[in-house]
Design a protein around this ligand. Sequence first.
Ligand code: TYM
Length: 334
Amino acid sequence: MLNGKKVLFSGMQATGNLTLGNYLGALKNWVNLCEEYECFYSVVDLHSITVRQDPTILRQRARKLLMIYIAAGIDPEKNCLYYQSHVSGHAELAWILNCFTYMGELNRMTQFKDKAAKHADNINAGLFTYPVLMAADILLYQADVVPVGIDQMQHLELTRDIAQRFNGVYGDVFTVPEAYIGKVGAKIMSLQDPAKKMSKSDENPHASIYLMDDPDTIMRKCKRAVTDSEGQILYREEQPGIRNLIDIYSACTGKRPEEVVKEFDGKGYGDFKTAVGEAVVSVLKPLQARYEELNKDKTYIDGIIKANAEKASYTATKTLRKVQRKVGFPDRVR
Ligand code: TYM
């Protein structure tokens, strides 16, 4: 608990361009949670360097991501939006937790296996221990809930295991967090291959809708989306392409998948794809406009970066000091 509220933590990588999957699976659900929770949303730049980055581009993207958080409707006065690299406690706690995590556990992480296959020339130790850093992010703030898409569930399970293991040795140090998965949109699939998740790193530009895509591009991508030859708009596993478009439409409009099926009963795929495109445009257009506004106000954004880094550090340091005492590091001499 913090300030009488439960704590919520989540983060996103500033790597690549954000996709509609990131938005519908995570960001969209973050808005308004601050009424119920004390919320921390980090731009997780320490995670980003597990894959080689151009420093200038990483810095630009990190700032852009922070502004996208705000543009999506997350109030930076009521939520703590900050860069992970500005709070040294993340790396410090990650080291300690590394000593409470088994190689066998990390070897089982599917994201590690996927990324190692993709970046065979750079399978660095950071890529392997990435989930431990993620556990440190969450546990540092004593988070009760972590809103993420389904692809992060395995990492969250590991976080819970690490927290319980640590608590088992030292008493109740960490809050054991729960995942918070949105009802729709928790797994948005590629528009070109509905068996794969929509991903920032997909090489096929038609596979993903990016948050900054213009309306024409969005419409084109939706119209080109791979479907099937069934000719009926039904929400079922046998039609993964259509099912994915229903998920997207549903997440953008707030209608339930059953309602969407009814709405498009007897209609063709062409009409449906146009409606999906329009629904996406209507969600992304205001976000893009707000982003452009924010981008003009450097002083305002800088102020937020500074204030929130201090706020995050304060909470993080409290947990870190407690953990350091528990494991037996000497007290600081004042
Ligand atoms: P990242 O940056 O890959 O993704 C950010 C968020 O977007 C969700 N997401 C999706 N949701 C639905 N459909 C998709 N196709 C899709 N693609 C991505 C992800 O589930 C995530 O919620 N390791 C994390 C970042 C992280 C983090 C944390 C998250 C670091 N520390 C602590 C929560 C708590 C990651 O790489 O997410």
